[in-house]
Design a binder for this molecule. Structure first.
Ligand SMILES: CC(C)(COP(=O)(O)OP(=O)(O)OC[C@H]1O[C@@H](n2cnc3c(N)ncnc32)[C@H](O)[C@@H]1OP(=O)(O)O)[C@@H](O)C(=O)NCCC(=O)NCCS
Length: 151
């Protein structure tokens, strides 16, 4: 049976390995152990893991800024996809946001990630065509891009 429970920093190594396998975009600062520990402390009980026989087969990071929720690094181990684990992780994260009084949630997905985008569409995350996503780095970071971006 798959158990869904809040992610703790002790799950970091297994979660990181899964993010690499799943092709989530990472960087050396935010996704370091310290970076994830800081994130989990700031957003307690909002990020979840799916565990099967002691193995982490799914992860979702979730947090909010007091106004808008954000979902990051959702992933399910390749051998366990299309079993509803991703949906369950999203549902749990959305419930956690609602409990905090958060009314909307955003996420970013690489355009090339067709499967990921279809998943989000199926979960009711609509594409905002009226916005430009803008970003400014405040520190130097090394990006660890998924393989599909390198092609
Ligand atoms: C995206 C991801 C988390 C989905 O996890 P999952 O456990 O396989 O998803 P679910 O089984 O809950 O799927 C729910 C529904 O989403 C849709 N869906 C999921 N994966 C899909 C895919 N690759 N292509 C098209 N639709 C998909 C389907 O409608 C599915 O329902 P169905 O299986 O009854 O048809 C998983 O494929 C993954 O880890 N991908 C790599 C990492 C990634 O892209 N993460 C998102 C980054 S923004």
């Amino acid at each position: 049976m798959i158990v869904y429970r809040p992610m703790t920093i002790n799950d970091y190594e297994a979660a990181y390995d899964l993010w690499i396998v799943c092709g989530n975009g990472l960087n050396n600062k935010d996704d370091s152990r310290e970076g994830i520990e800081k994130y989990l402390k700031r957003n307690p009980n909002m990020s979840y893991v799916a565990v099967l026989d002691g193995e982490i087969v799914g992860v979702i990071l979730c947090g909010h800024d007091g106004r808008r929720g954000i979902i990051q690094h959702a992933c399910v181990s390749p051998g366990y996809r299309r079993m509803g684990i991703g949906k369950k992780l999203v549902d749990i994260a959305l419930e956690a946001l609602k409990k905090e009084g958060i009314n909307k949630v955003l996420l970013v997905a690489f355009k090339k990630n067709e499967g990921g985008n279809e998943f989000w569409e199926s979960q009711g995350f609509t594409l905002r065509e009226d916005l430009n996503y803008r970003n400014k780095a405040l520190a130097e970071m090394i990006r660890i891009d998924p393989e599909y971006l390198k092609q």
